[in-house]
Structures are given as structure tokens and as C-alpha cells.
Design a protein around this ligand. Structure first.
Ligand SMILES: [Zn+2]
Length: 301
């Protein structure tokens, strides 16, 4: 059956027995039935779950126990709720990137220079070694194939969250078949193809920029101008396996949403910081500084 979350906009497809009124992404109790989407193409690829629900929960418990010392104390023992496996829609993008660049390439060299200084009231001449950089300009062309750029197509899982869960092992990619998602919650792409294409192109450009940076010779460089053209682009819908769950670390606060890569077990969540702990640490450091200061004072006549 087809459901829509009126809060975050996720379009879910679930089996009758998994009918839910609470959104698995945002926990909002505003899930309603919707007519099936007609114009959306089915996914091309899918990655299967490789991690069971108990082992995903185990990963999350370990992750919660090993957060920053300043994180909320309730996290260590937070009960996990609503652990759901979701096939999240993403776009898999690849393209050929051709760049023209111009850069300044810096080569370091050392020089011995003499200088004068005053020692015990006398002027003396000394030498020292200094590192200098000689700049030359370099321009050229660079072409490469950029494969496997993955961007979210879901309103329920942001692209930043997806990036935290990456990489997915795309060697396990299979052709999509409805049987694969039977018994799971699947989401249909709720972001437009255009939005996703723009995100994917930007990610591809950033990859190219990092590759060019690594490719430059010399001890240092400054990029002056880069002009990249993307061609032979491909963009396919791919379902990726994600466990989504809620950790109720404080009865007074909304639960922490945690997402787990259903393949590798990589965990991500925005851990709440305990400001009480931060304040106590600041006070403890201040007291320590004061004690050291007073001890030094006490040592003087
Ligand atoms: Zn929602």
C-alpha cells in the first residue's frame, strides 16, 4: 500500500501488514494513504540488506556508549525504539569530466642569508637558512571518468546523512526486482530528478576538484581557474538499505534519530551535547588554573 508522511514528505510503499501511522523517518504521526504514483519510473538498481536488525541494534548500542564524553549521559542506556529497515531511494550518477585548468605551482628552495643582530651590546653578523618558494604557472587539460556518485532522492533522509553512511559496496548492486523489497518499507523518490541531478553534479565537481588538487606537481599550488564540463552523464534510481531507529535518551526530549548503513553497519546521528557537563568541565579547568596560580604565588617571598 502507498503512504505519505505529511510532515517530512516521504512517499512510502509498505506491505499491508506493515501498515503504519507513524513515519519511520521523522516519527510524526501524520502518515496517510495516498494513491499510487503513476509517472514515477521503478528503481533500476537495489542493494540488499546485509545486516540483521539485532546486529544493527548492537552496533547502535556500542556507538551510543562510545560517544564524546560531553554527550548526554542518558545516551549510554537509551532504549532503542521503532527499529525499521527502509529501502531508501537514491540516485546513482556517473559522468565523464573534462577540465581545463591554470594554476601557480610553487617549488621550495633554501637559501643561506646573512643578517646582523646585537649580542651583549655588540653588533654581530650571522647566517641562517631560509625556505623560499618560486612560483611558475602551469595550465593544461585533465579528463577522467567520475563513477558512483550517490545522492539522496528521499525527503526522509538528507544527503548529508547519506554521506555519513557512505560508502555502500556498489559491487553488490543488483537489478531491482519487486521481490527484493517485499516485507520491507520502501520509499519512492520524493525529490525531483532535477534536484537530484543538481546535487550529483555538484558532488562530481567537488570530486574532480580534489582529484586535480592531488594531481598538481610542486610543493604547493594555487588554482587560478578551473573549467569542467560533464558529459556522458548517467542517472539511475537505486535503492539503498538503511536501518532507521530512535534512541529515547531523555523522557523529556524528542528521541535521537539514528541511521545505520544496512550493508556495512556504519552508524550516524546528531549526538546531543550535555551543557551541564560542558559547564562542569569549564569550572573544573578554571579551578585548576586558579590553584596552580595560587601555588606559584605562595612559593614567592
Ligand atoms: Zn516523516
Amino acid at each position: 500500500m502507498n503512504l505519505r508522511c505529511q510532515s517530512c514528505g516521504a512517499d512510502l510503499v509498505v506491505a499491508e501488514e506493515l501498515r503504519t501511522t507513524v513515519c519511520p523517518y521523522c516519527a510524526a504521526p501524520s502518515v496517510v494513504e495516498r494513491p499510487p504514483s503513476v509517472d514515477r519510473p521503478p528503481p533500476t538498481f537495489a542493494l540488499g540488506f546485509a545486516m540483521t536488525q539485532p546486529s544493527a541494534a548492537e552496533r547502535v548500542k556500542h556507538w551510543l556508549r562510545t560517544r564524546h564524553p560531553w554527550s548526554h549521559s542518558g545516551l549510554k542506556k537509551a532504549p532503542l525504539q521503532d527499529v525499521r529497515g527502509i529501502y531508501v531511494p537514491a540516485y546513482l550518477y556517473s559522468a565523464l569530466a573534462q577540465s581545463e585548468y591554470s594554476a601557480s605551482i610553487g617549488e621550495n628552495y633554501t637559501e643561506t642569508e646573512t643578517y646582523t643582530t646585537t649580542e651583549n651590546g655588540k653588533t654581530v653578523t650571522k647566517t641562517r637558512t631560509v625556505t623560499k618558494t618560486e612560483w611558475r604557472s602551469l595550465s593544461g587539460e585533465h579528463a577522467e571518468y567520475v563513477p558512483d556518485v550517490l545522492v539522496t532522492a528521499s525527503r526522509g533522509l538528507t544527503n548529508v546523512e547519506l554521506e555519513h553512511l557512505e560508502p555502500f559496496d556498489l559491487r553488490m548492486l543488483a537489478r531491482y526486482e519487486p521481490a527484493l523489497v517485499a516485507g520491507w518499507i520502501a520509499e519512492e523518490p520524493s525529490l525531483s530528478r532535477e534536484e537530484c541531478l543538481a546535487m550529483a553534479r555538484q558532488e562530481a565537481m567537488e570530486k574532480v576538484k580534489r582529484r586535480l588538487d592531488a594531481f598538481m606537481p610542486g610543493d604547493s599550488h594555487r588554482m587560478q581557474d578551473v573549467n569542467t564540463r560533464l558529459s556522458a552523464e548517467s542517472l539511475e534510481v537505486c535503492l539503498v538499505p538503511v536501518w532507521v531507529l530512535a534512541a529515547r535518551y531523555d523522557p523529556e526530549k524528542p528521541p535521537l534519530r539514528v541511521v545505520v548503513n544496512g550493508q556495512s553497519g556504519e552508524v550516524h546521528g546528531e549526538v546531543p551535547i550535555s551543557w551541564v557537563k560542558v559547564a562542569l568541565t569549564v569550572v573544573a579547568v578554571a579551578v585548576l588554573v586558579l590553584v596552580v596560580y595560587l601555588m606559584n604565588q605562595g612559593g614567592r617571598p
